[in-house]
Design a protein around this ligand. Structure first.
Ligand code: SUG
Length: 446
Protein backbone atom coordinates (compact mmCIF):
# COMPACT_ATOMS: atom_id res chain seq x y z
CA UNK A 1 0.00 0.00 0.00
CA UNK A 2 1.33 3.45 -0.79
CA UNK A 3 1.65 5.72 2.15
CA UNK A 4 1.19 9.44 1.77
CA UNK A 5 3.02 12.02 3.87
CA UNK A 6 3.11 15.75 4.28
CA UNK A 7 6.64 16.96 3.64
CA UNK A 8 7.79 20.36 4.83
CA UNK A 9 10.10 22.34 2.58
CA UNK A 10 11.76 25.10 4.60
CA UNK A 11 13.45 28.17 3.21
CA UNK A 12 17.06 28.33 4.34
CA UNK A 13 17.78 31.86 5.59
CA UNK A 14 20.15 33.78 3.32
CA UNK A 15 23.30 35.73 4.26
CA UNK A 16 21.58 39.15 3.90
CA UNK A 17 18.86 38.53 6.52
CA UNK A 18 18.12 42.03 7.83
CA UNK A 19 15.57 44.36 9.40
CA UNK A 20 14.68 47.05 6.92
CA UNK A 21 10.92 47.48 7.40
CA UNK A 22 9.93 46.58 3.88
CA UNK A 23 6.41 45.24 4.48
CA UNK A 24 3.64 47.72 5.41
CA UNK A 25 0.87 45.94 7.31
CA UNK A 26 3.38 43.45 8.74
CA UNK A 27 3.67 45.08 12.15
CA UNK A 28 6.83 43.25 13.27
CA UNK A 29 8.66 44.25 10.07
CA UNK A 30 7.73 47.90 10.62
CA UNK A 31 8.49 47.91 14.34
CA UNK A 32 11.94 46.33 14.02
CA UNK A 33 13.17 48.42 11.07
CA UNK A 34 16.74 49.51 11.68
CA UNK A 35 17.57 46.77 14.20
CA UNK A 36 20.75 44.71 13.93
CA UNK A 37 20.11 41.20 12.61
CA UNK A 38 22.04 37.97 13.02
CA UNK A 39 21.99 36.07 9.70
CA UNK A 40 24.03 33.17 11.07
CA UNK A 41 21.77 32.82 14.10
CA UNK A 42 18.71 33.00 11.85
CA UNK A 43 20.01 30.22 9.59
CA UNK A 44 20.86 28.04 12.61
CA UNK A 45 17.41 28.60 14.16
CA UNK A 46 15.79 27.54 10.90
CA UNK A 47 17.97 24.43 10.70
CA UNK A 48 17.10 23.50 14.30
CA UNK A 49 13.41 23.73 13.46
CA UNK A 50 13.95 21.44 10.46
CA UNK A 51 15.80 19.05 12.78
CA UNK A 52 12.85 18.99 15.17
CA UNK A 53 10.56 17.95 12.32
CA UNK A 54 13.03 15.30 11.21
CA UNK A 55 13.26 13.96 14.78
CA UNK A 56 9.47 13.75 14.91
CA UNK A 57 9.69 11.39 11.94
CA UNK A 58 8.44 13.82 9.30
CA UNK A 59 10.00 14.28 5.85
CA UNK A 60 11.79 17.58 5.56
CA UNK A 61 13.45 19.35 2.62
CA UNK A 62 15.70 22.40 2.36
CA UNK A 63 14.99 25.19 -0.14
CA UNK A 64 18.08 27.25 -1.05
CA UNK A 65 18.01 31.03 -0.49
CA UNK A 66 17.93 33.34 -3.50
CA UNK A 67 20.88 35.38 -4.72
CA UNK A 68 20.99 38.75 -2.97
CA UNK A 69 21.76 41.54 -3.63
CA UNK A 70 19.76 40.93 -6.82
CA UNK A 71 22.22 42.55 -9.21
CA UNK A 72 20.32 41.37 -12.29
CA UNK A 73 17.23 43.27 -11.10
CA UNK A 74 19.28 46.42 -10.48
CA UNK A 75 20.76 46.18 -13.99
CA UNK A 76 17.26 45.73 -15.39
CA UNK A 77 16.29 49.09 -13.88
CA UNK A 78 19.24 50.96 -15.30
CA UNK A 79 22.18 50.66 -12.95
CA UNK A 80 25.29 49.69 -14.83
CA UNK A 81 28.99 48.94 -14.70
CA UNK A 82 30.67 46.28 -12.63
CA UNK A 83 28.55 44.60 -9.95
CA UNK A 84 30.30 46.72 -7.32
CA UNK A 85 29.53 49.88 -9.32
CA UNK A 86 25.89 48.86 -9.62
CA UNK A 87 25.66 48.47 -5.86
CA UNK A 88 27.41 51.73 -5.15
CA UNK A 89 25.19 53.58 -7.61
CA UNK A 90 21.93 52.29 -6.26
CA UNK A 91 22.81 52.86 -2.61
CA UNK A 92 23.83 56.43 -3.42
CA UNK A 93 20.80 57.39 -5.50
CA UNK A 94 17.92 55.05 -4.61
CA UNK A 95 18.44 53.35 -1.23
CA UNK A 96 14.85 52.06 -1.08
CA UNK A 97 15.45 50.08 -4.29
CA UNK A 98 18.80 48.91 -2.96
CA UNK A 99 17.24 47.61 0.25
CA UNK A 100 14.55 45.76 -1.70
CA UNK A 101 17.25 44.11 -3.81
CA UNK A 102 18.98 42.81 -0.66
CA UNK A 103 16.07 41.19 1.17
CA UNK A 104 16.41 37.57 2.27
CA UNK A 105 12.61 37.20 2.15
CA UNK A 106 12.66 33.93 0.17
CA UNK A 107 13.11 32.23 3.57
CA UNK A 108 9.33 32.47 4.10
CA UNK A 109 8.54 29.45 1.99
CA UNK A 110 4.82 29.48 2.78
CA UNK A 111 4.81 32.27 0.21
CA UNK A 112 6.82 30.32 -2.35
CA UNK A 113 3.87 28.65 -4.07
CA UNK A 114 0.37 27.21 -3.84
CA UNK A 115 0.46 23.42 -3.93
CA UNK A 116 -2.19 20.90 -4.99
CA UNK A 117 -1.39 17.28 -4.08
CA UNK A 118 -2.00 14.57 -6.66
CA UNK A 119 -5.07 13.33 -4.73
CA UNK A 120 -6.83 16.62 -5.53
CA UNK A 121 -5.36 17.57 -8.91
CA UNK A 122 -7.17 17.12 -12.21
CA UNK A 123 -4.38 15.12 -13.88
CA UNK A 124 -3.02 13.19 -10.87
CA UNK A 125 0.25 15.14 -10.70
CA UNK A 126 1.38 17.43 -7.88
CA UNK A 127 0.84 21.02 -9.03
CA UNK A 128 2.73 24.14 -7.94
CA UNK A 129 2.10 27.76 -8.84
CA UNK A 130 5.00 29.89 -7.64
CA UNK A 131 3.65 33.08 -6.09
CA UNK A 132 4.19 36.38 -7.92
CA UNK A 133 4.22 38.29 -4.59
CA UNK A 134 3.34 41.52 -6.38
CA UNK A 135 2.33 43.57 -3.36
CA UNK A 136 5.82 44.32 -2.08
CA UNK A 137 8.72 45.12 -4.38
CA UNK A 138 11.29 43.07 -2.47
CA UNK A 139 9.09 40.00 -2.62
CA UNK A 140 8.14 40.42 -6.28
CA UNK A 141 11.76 39.56 -7.10
CA UNK A 142 11.28 35.97 -5.90
CA UNK A 143 8.94 34.32 -8.44
CA UNK A 144 11.40 33.45 -11.22
CA UNK A 145 14.00 31.91 -8.92
CA UNK A 146 11.31 30.09 -6.92
CA UNK A 147 10.18 28.47 -10.16
CA UNK A 148 13.76 27.27 -10.72
CA UNK A 149 14.02 26.09 -7.10
CA UNK A 150 10.86 24.01 -7.31
CA UNK A 151 11.76 22.53 -10.71
CA UNK A 152 15.09 21.44 -9.29
CA UNK A 153 13.52 19.85 -6.21
CA UNK A 154 10.69 18.22 -8.18
CA UNK A 155 12.18 17.59 -11.63
CA UNK A 156 10.05 14.71 -12.92
CA UNK A 157 7.36 16.22 -15.15
CA UNK A 158 5.38 13.00 -15.20
CA UNK A 159 4.74 13.47 -11.48
CA UNK A 160 5.10 17.20 -10.92
CA UNK A 161 3.81 20.29 -12.72
CA UNK A 162 5.65 23.45 -11.68
CA UNK A 163 3.77 26.23 -13.48
CA UNK A 164 4.96 29.76 -14.15
CA UNK A 165 3.79 32.39 -11.65
CA UNK A 166 0.48 34.09 -12.53
CA UNK A 167 0.62 37.20 -14.78
CA UNK A 168 2.39 40.08 -13.02
CA UNK A 169 -0.73 42.26 -12.72
CA UNK A 170 -2.29 43.48 -9.47
CA UNK A 171 -5.47 41.62 -10.53
CA UNK A 172 -3.57 38.39 -9.94
CA UNK A 173 -1.74 39.39 -6.79
CA UNK A 174 -0.77 36.08 -5.22
CA UNK A 175 1.08 35.15 -2.00
CA UNK A 176 0.97 31.36 -2.27
CA UNK A 177 0.20 28.80 0.39
CA UNK A 178 0.09 31.35 3.21
CA UNK A 179 -3.54 31.84 2.19
CA UNK A 180 -4.38 28.22 1.38
CA UNK A 181 -5.51 25.48 3.77
CA UNK A 182 -6.20 21.86 2.92
CA UNK A 183 -8.43 19.70 5.13
CA UNK A 184 -8.90 15.95 4.70
CA UNK A 185 -9.51 12.66 6.54
CA UNK A 186 -5.85 11.78 6.05
CA UNK A 187 -3.14 13.27 3.85
CA UNK A 188 -3.63 10.82 0.97
CA UNK A 189 -7.42 11.10 0.92
CA UNK A 190 -9.35 13.67 -1.15
CA UNK A 191 -9.08 17.12 0.42
CA UNK A 192 -11.12 20.28 0.74
CA UNK A 193 -9.12 23.29 -0.42
CA UNK A 194 -9.72 26.66 1.24
CA UNK A 195 -8.42 29.46 -0.96
CA UNK A 196 -8.64 32.54 1.26
CA UNK A 197 -8.53 35.90 -0.53
CA UNK A 198 -8.38 39.48 0.72
CA UNK A 199 -9.85 41.53 -2.13
CA UNK A 200 -11.42 41.20 -5.56
CA UNK A 201 -9.46 42.29 -8.62
CA UNK A 202 -11.71 45.20 -9.56
CA UNK A 203 -12.67 46.17 -6.05
CA UNK A 204 -11.75 49.62 -4.82
CA UNK A 205 -9.58 48.73 -1.83
CA UNK A 206 -9.60 51.30 0.92
CA UNK A 207 -7.98 49.29 3.68
CA UNK A 208 -5.24 50.84 5.77
CA UNK A 209 -2.92 47.96 4.83
CA UNK A 210 -2.73 46.08 1.54
CA UNK A 211 -4.84 43.00 0.85
CA UNK A 212 -2.20 40.84 -0.81
CA UNK A 213 -4.29 38.04 -2.32
CA UNK A 214 -7.00 38.46 -4.93
CA UNK A 215 -9.90 36.13 -5.44
CA UNK A 216 -9.12 36.04 -9.16
CA UNK A 217 -5.57 34.82 -8.49
CA UNK A 218 -6.86 31.84 -6.53
CA UNK A 219 -9.56 31.11 -9.09
CA UNK A 220 -6.87 30.97 -11.77
CA UNK A 221 -4.74 28.63 -9.66
CA UNK A 222 -7.70 26.40 -8.90
CA UNK A 223 -8.42 26.13 -12.66
CA UNK A 224 -4.86 25.43 -13.78
CA UNK A 225 -4.29 22.83 -11.05
CA UNK A 226 -7.74 21.31 -11.50
CA UNK A 227 -7.99 21.52 -7.71
CA UNK A 228 -11.06 19.64 -6.51
CA UNK A 229 -13.45 20.65 -3.74
CA UNK A 230 -12.41 24.30 -3.66
CA UNK A 231 -14.01 26.88 -1.41
CA UNK A 232 -13.19 30.59 -1.54
CA UNK A 233 -13.75 32.29 1.81
CA UNK A 234 -12.90 35.95 2.16
CA UNK A 235 -10.31 36.98 4.72
CA UNK A 236 -11.79 39.45 7.23
CA UNK A 237 -10.97 43.08 6.50
CA UNK A 238 -10.57 43.50 10.26
CA UNK A 239 -7.87 40.82 10.27
CA UNK A 240 -5.84 42.65 7.61
CA UNK A 241 -6.31 45.96 9.45
CA UNK A 242 -5.18 44.28 12.68
CA UNK A 243 -1.88 43.09 11.18
CA UNK A 244 -2.82 39.70 9.69
CA UNK A 245 -1.32 40.34 6.26
CA UNK A 246 -1.72 36.64 5.39
CA UNK A 247 -4.46 34.25 6.46
CA UNK A 248 -1.84 32.04 8.13
CA UNK A 249 -1.46 34.69 10.84
CA UNK A 250 -5.04 33.98 11.99
CA UNK A 251 -5.65 30.40 10.87
CA UNK A 252 -3.96 27.03 10.40
CA UNK A 253 -5.44 23.71 9.43
CA UNK A 254 -4.52 20.13 8.80
CA UNK A 255 -6.37 16.85 8.44
CA UNK A 256 -9.95 17.52 9.65
CA UNK A 257 -9.01 20.40 11.96
CA UNK A 258 -9.36 24.09 11.17
CA UNK A 259 -7.89 26.19 13.99
CA UNK A 260 -8.68 29.88 13.62
CA UNK A 261 -9.50 33.18 15.28
CA UNK A 262 -13.01 34.62 15.43
CA UNK A 263 -11.85 37.54 13.24
CA UNK A 264 -10.20 35.41 10.54
CA UNK A 265 -13.04 35.25 8.00
CA UNK A 266 -15.33 37.99 6.71
CA UNK A 267 -18.32 35.63 6.77
CA UNK A 268 -17.55 32.90 9.22
CA UNK A 269 -20.91 31.15 8.87
CA UNK A 270 -20.57 30.95 5.09
CA UNK A 271 -17.04 29.56 5.45
CA UNK A 272 -18.27 26.78 7.73
CA UNK A 273 -21.26 26.00 5.51
CA UNK A 274 -19.10 25.78 2.37
CA UNK A 275 -16.42 23.65 4.02
CA UNK A 276 -19.02 21.26 5.44
CA UNK A 277 -20.70 20.95 2.04
CA UNK A 278 -17.38 20.24 0.29
CA UNK A 279 -16.35 17.69 2.95
CA UNK A 280 -19.68 15.86 2.92
CA UNK A 281 -19.23 12.11 2.69
CA UNK A 282 -15.44 12.43 3.10
CA UNK A 283 -14.85 13.60 6.67
CA UNK A 284 -16.35 15.62 9.47
CA UNK A 285 -14.52 18.96 9.75
CA UNK A 286 -13.56 20.11 13.27
CA UNK A 287 -13.73 23.88 13.76
CA UNK A 288 -11.55 25.03 16.64
CA UNK A 289 -12.27 28.72 17.06
CA UNK A 290 -10.67 31.16 19.47
CA UNK A 291 -12.65 34.26 20.37
CA UNK A 292 -11.47 37.86 20.56
CA UNK A 293 -12.24 37.72 24.30
CA UNK A 294 -9.87 34.78 24.76
CA UNK A 295 -7.15 36.22 22.53
CA UNK A 296 -7.43 39.86 21.44
CA UNK A 297 -6.01 40.64 18.02
CA UNK A 298 -3.01 42.52 19.47
CA UNK A 299 -1.97 39.44 21.49
CA UNK A 300 -2.59 37.25 18.48
CA UNK A 301 -0.19 39.29 16.35
CA UNK A 302 2.42 39.54 19.11
CA UNK A 303 2.29 35.82 19.91
CA UNK A 304 1.70 34.38 16.40
CA UNK A 305 -0.26 31.53 17.98
CA UNK A 306 -1.92 30.63 14.67
CA UNK A 307 1.33 30.78 12.71
CA UNK A 308 2.17 27.41 14.20
CA UNK A 309 2.78 24.17 12.36
CA UNK A 310 -0.11 21.78 12.96
CA UNK A 311 1.40 18.34 12.55
CA UNK A 312 0.31 14.74 12.17
CA UNK A 313 3.08 12.95 14.06
CA UNK A 314 3.65 9.23 13.40
CA UNK A 315 2.41 7.19 16.36
CA UNK A 316 0.33 10.02 17.86
CA UNK A 317 -3.43 10.06 17.35
CA UNK A 318 -3.93 13.76 18.04
CA UNK A 319 -2.22 16.71 16.38
CA UNK A 320 0.89 18.53 17.56
CA UNK A 321 0.91 22.34 17.48
CA UNK A 322 4.49 23.55 16.97
CA UNK A 323 4.19 27.16 18.10
CA UNK A 324 6.73 30.00 18.20
CA UNK A 325 8.41 30.73 21.55
CA UNK A 326 6.59 34.10 21.49
CA UNK A 327 3.34 32.19 22.12
CA UNK A 328 4.79 30.89 25.38
CA UNK A 329 5.95 34.41 26.26
CA UNK A 330 2.48 35.92 25.85
CA UNK A 331 0.32 35.02 28.89
CA UNK A 332 -2.99 35.06 27.00
CA UNK A 333 -1.75 33.08 24.01
CA UNK A 334 0.03 30.65 26.30
CA UNK A 335 -3.17 30.06 28.27
CA UNK A 336 -5.08 29.40 25.03
CA UNK A 337 -2.43 26.96 23.79
CA UNK A 338 -2.26 25.04 27.05
CA UNK A 339 -6.05 24.89 27.32
CA UNK A 340 -6.20 23.38 23.83
CA UNK A 341 -3.77 20.65 24.76
CA UNK A 342 -5.71 19.94 27.97
CA UNK A 343 -9.02 19.62 26.11
CA UNK A 344 -10.30 16.58 24.23
CA UNK A 345 -10.14 18.35 20.88
CA UNK A 346 -8.08 17.42 17.83
CA UNK A 347 -4.94 19.19 19.12
CA UNK A 348 -3.23 16.87 21.61
CA UNK A 349 -0.12 18.80 22.59
CA UNK A 350 1.90 21.95 22.04
CA UNK A 351 5.65 22.44 21.61
CA UNK A 352 7.50 25.72 21.27
CA UNK A 353 10.28 26.52 18.85
CA UNK A 354 12.69 29.45 18.76
CA UNK A 355 12.70 31.26 15.42
CA UNK A 356 13.08 34.74 16.90
CA UNK A 357 15.25 36.12 14.10
CA UNK A 358 12.52 35.37 11.58
CA UNK A 359 9.73 36.43 13.94
CA UNK A 360 11.15 39.95 14.11
CA UNK A 361 10.26 40.23 10.43
CA UNK A 362 6.80 38.76 10.95
CA UNK A 363 7.66 35.18 9.98
CA UNK A 364 6.72 32.36 12.38
CA UNK A 365 7.19 28.59 12.10
CA UNK A 366 4.38 28.25 9.55
CA UNK A 367 5.79 31.04 7.35
CA UNK A 368 9.10 29.24 7.05
CA UNK A 369 7.69 26.11 5.46
CA UNK A 370 5.90 25.03 2.31
CA UNK A 371 3.81 21.92 2.83
CA UNK A 372 3.80 19.36 0.05
CA UNK A 373 1.72 16.20 0.38
CA UNK A 374 3.57 13.38 -1.40
CA UNK A 375 3.06 9.69 -2.09
CA UNK A 376 6.00 7.33 -1.54
CA UNK A 377 6.84 7.45 -5.25
CA UNK A 378 6.65 11.25 -5.37
CA UNK A 379 8.85 11.50 -2.28
CA UNK A 380 11.41 9.24 -3.96
CA UNK A 381 11.38 11.47 -7.04
CA UNK A 382 12.46 14.62 -5.13
CA UNK A 383 16.11 15.73 -5.26
CA UNK A 384 17.72 13.54 -2.55
CA UNK A 385 20.46 16.09 -1.79
CA UNK A 386 17.81 18.49 -0.45
CA UNK A 387 16.28 15.84 1.83
CA UNK A 388 17.07 16.85 5.40
CA UNK A 389 19.07 14.37 7.50
CA UNK A 390 21.24 14.78 10.61
CA UNK A 391 24.24 14.65 8.27
CA UNK A 392 22.90 17.50 6.14
CA UNK A 393 22.11 19.40 9.34
CA UNK A 394 25.77 19.17 10.41
CA UNK A 395 27.02 20.17 6.96
CA UNK A 396 24.71 23.18 6.66
CA UNK A 397 25.32 24.36 10.22
CA UNK A 398 29.06 24.22 9.57
CA UNK A 399 28.57 26.06 6.26
CA UNK A 400 26.54 28.83 7.94
CA UNK A 401 29.08 29.12 10.78
CA UNK A 402 31.86 29.63 8.25
CA UNK A 403 30.04 31.73 5.68
CA UNK A 404 27.56 33.99 7.52
CA UNK A 405 27.99 37.12 9.59
CA UNK A 406 26.53 37.13 13.07
CA UNK A 407 25.69 40.81 13.01
CA UNK A 408 24.31 42.94 10.20
CA UNK A 409 23.07 46.53 10.39
CA UNK A 410 20.85 47.71 7.53
CA UNK A 411 23.72 50.01 6.47
CA UNK A 412 26.00 46.98 6.08
CA UNK A 413 23.90 45.82 3.14
CA UNK A 414 25.82 48.38 1.04
CA UNK A 415 29.14 46.68 1.82
CA UNK A 416 30.57 45.23 -1.44
CA UNK A 417 32.24 42.50 0.60
CA UNK A 418 28.80 41.18 1.53
CA UNK A 419 28.14 40.58 -2.18
CA UNK A 420 31.32 38.52 -2.51
CA UNK A 421 30.71 36.61 0.72
CA UNK A 422 27.12 35.80 -0.26
CA UNK A 423 28.11 34.54 -3.68
CA UNK A 424 30.85 32.36 -2.27
CA UNK A 425 28.41 30.93 0.25
CA UNK A 426 25.78 30.20 -2.40
CA UNK A 427 28.34 28.74 -4.77
CA UNK A 428 29.31 26.21 -2.10
CA UNK A 429 25.65 25.56 -1.33
CA UNK A 430 24.95 24.53 -4.93
CA UNK A 431 27.42 21.70 -4.39
CA UNK A 432 26.02 20.68 -1.00
CA UNK A 433 22.45 20.54 -2.31
CA UNK A 434 23.41 19.28 -5.79
CA UNK A 435 21.73 22.21 -7.52
CA UNK A 436 24.04 22.40 -10.55
CA UNK A 437 26.65 24.98 -11.44
CA UNK A 438 24.19 27.31 -13.20
CA UNK A 439 21.57 27.58 -10.50
CA UNK A 440 22.06 31.23 -9.55
CA UNK A 441 22.11 34.22 -11.93
CA UNK A 442 25.70 35.09 -10.93
CA UNK A 443 26.81 31.58 -11.92
CA UNK A 444 25.25 31.99 -15.34
CA UNK A 445 26.87 35.34 -16.14
CA UNK A 446 30.29 34.55 -14.64
O1 SUG B 1 6.04 39.13 3.39
N1 SUG B 1 8.38 39.85 5.87
C1 SUG B 1 7.54 38.87 5.21
C2 SUG B 1 7.01 37.88 6.20
C3 SUG B 1 6.27 36.76 5.53
C4 SUG B 1 5.53 35.90 6.48
N2 SUG B 1 4.90 34.84 5.79
C5 SUG B 1 3.72 34.30 6.12
N3 SUG B 1 2.87 34.87 6.92
N4 SUG B 1 3.38 33.19 5.52
C6 SUG B 1 6.39 39.58 4.48
O2 SUG B 1 5.84 40.54 5.02
C7 SUG B 1 9.95 41.72 6.00
C8 SUG B 1 11.28 42.09 5.37
C9 SUG B 1 11.83 43.38 5.93
O3 SUG B 1 11.06 44.19 6.43
O4 SUG B 1 13.06 43.58 5.83
C10 SUG B 1 9.17 40.71 5.19
O5 SUG B 1 9.25 40.67 3.98
Amino acid sequence: MTSVVEANCDGLVGPTHSYVGLSPGNLASTRNAGEVSNPRGAALEGLSKMRRLYDLGLPQFVLPPHERPAISFLKQIGFFGSDEAVLEGVWKTAPALAAAACSASSMWAANAATVTPSADAGDGRVHFTPANLLTNLHRSLEGAQTTRVLRRLFPDERRFAVHEPLPAQPHFSDEGAANHVRLCAEHGAPGVNLFVWGREAWEHWEGRFPARQTREAFEAIQRRHGAARAVFPRQAKAAIAGGAFHNDVVCVGTRECLFFHERAFEDRAAMERDVRAAAKGLFEPAFVEISEAELPMADLVASYLFNSQLLVVPGEDRLLLLAPAETRDNPRAHAVAEALAASNGPIGRVEYVDVRQSMRNGGGPACLRLRVVLTDEELEAANPAQHFTPGLHTTLADWAERRYRDSLKPGDLADPLLLTESREALDELTQILDLGGDFYPFQRTA
